[in-house]
Design a protein around this ligand. Sequence first.
Ligand SMILES: Cc1cc2nc3c(=O)[nH]c(=O)nc-3n(C[C@H](O)[C@H](O)[C@H](O)COP(=O)(O)OP(=O)(O)OC[C@H]3O[C@@H](n4cnc5c(N)ncnc54)[C@H](O)[C@@H]3O)c2cc1C
Length: 486
Amino acid sequence: MENAVDLFIIGGGINGAAIAADAAGRGLSVTLCDKGDLGGATSSASSKLIHGGLRYLEQYEFTMVRKALREREILMKRAPHLIQPLQFILPYEKHLRAKWLIRIGLFLYDHLAKRTLLPRSRSLHLKKHILQAQFNTGFSYYDCLTDDSRLVIANAKSASEQGATILNYTEFVGTTREMNYWKIELRDTFSKKISYCYAKVLVNAAGPWINEVQKKINPHKQFPIQLVQGSHIVTKKLYSENHAYILQNQDGRIIFTIPFQRQFTLIGTTDHTLTTHLDNLQVGKDDIDYLCSLINFYFIKKISPQDIIWMFSGVRCLQDHPAENVSTLTREHKLDLTIENTLPILTIIGGKLTTHRILAEEAMQQLNSFFPKMKPAWTAHTFLPGGRLHQNNFIDFYQTLLRNKPWLPEDLAYRYAKSYGSDAYTLLKNIHSISDLGKSFGSDLFEHEVNYLITHEWAKTTEDILWRRTKLGLLISHSVQFFHDS
Ligand SMILES: Cc1cc2nc3c(=O)[nH]c(=O)nc-3n(C[C@H](O)[C@H](O)[C@H](O)COP(=O)(O)OP(=O)(O)OC[C@H]3O[C@@H](n4cnc5c(N)ncnc54)[C@H](O)[C@@H]3O)c2cc1C
């Protein structure tokens, strides 16, 4: 079959995009489709942490935490513009967890994997002006903050630079066997036009939709999963310091307050079994009340639903375990390789944003026997697009960008440096002044960047631009439109 690819990937979230990049870099021909935008589902609705997951230690998930901590170190080097250290403060509350237990947990967290880039944990006295007076001591540890949807784009760009075809707004409709290939039916989400392509191996990386996709391949098989909805709210900055808090609810659940996009605080997450349809997620009133009341319990400054500027919900696809409650279900991923109709299909179950790179590597190991000539693993010691910064130092990079482009306002230079890393120079090629950036859409979004996002980053709707490629939806009037169809 002349136009057949080696790998066809269904789902352009972080896992699909990472597998596409890894496979393309090993010399395989790859096509990836997503029925919506790249990273448009779970992978833009996370807490945006690259972390081991301190709380999973209580569930004895040592192997998973160690793997995630190792990945944290690797990813900080792969994409220093997108992944930055973040200090977390855990206020101490005697009746919730004993000091010795927290100290042991943090000691393990510091030492489970090699840690060369982040400071170790310690206990500390808390500043008086942020939290209620009774929270006067606590603990500090470090994890990392990322921009989840931009991390997806960086992986998709890596795939595309190595020859992969990336099709967003293209739905996988079904598949049949034709000769020794999957014949795949696709539908353009906007025009509804049907097209076909052929592949040797299918990858189902549809996240929470894996069973819906599986139904279109073999309706007799379904994966045992639980779908768990989590919501976040965003308010104006709750405090000016640049650290996060990890706050414990009286029932043991935790939430984070995370500095977000310089002017805001991201608060979340909730965790409960999905009860609505996957394509129609909404943040429930109970979730909003829970998040606001936990903030009001800890902070001097009070918030109410009126203070919410943005909110979003996502759904984790977790391996099922009937005995567990949703907060304690394992976050470990599982790869299922099956032969359907004599053809191979690999399904990705679960996972974390943090472990996308290693998950992709494991996926390729599973597919080794189908592609014996493919090149070896390569992603652990290479940069993601935009990630090659001088001495891996983001601040140096940003200051050099400012020096090289003295006409750029500081905030805009910072945003370009953070979003695009070294690709900021590609974005700014042949641009010598603010007026060269073209029409302004408000805040610091200019026509030139919009065109760049359309031509280099698959942006096709106003939402893609305002809420995923950038987060300028937080600042720009919602009436702005870049496309007729959005
Ligand atoms: C509330 C919440 C907070 C989280 N916080 C963190 C965190 O801080 N750190 C961390 O490491 N992890 C976190 N996670 C986990 C992490 O976000 C997910 O594991 C990860 O995003 C899953 O990526 P994915 O690619 O598997 O799925 P998704 O991102 O959901 O991608 C699946 C894609 O498949 C597409 N698709 C579905 N059906 C079809 C079809 N028929 N045709 C074509 N495409 C289709 C969808 O449109 C979607 O884009 C969090 C998850 C949630 C829900």
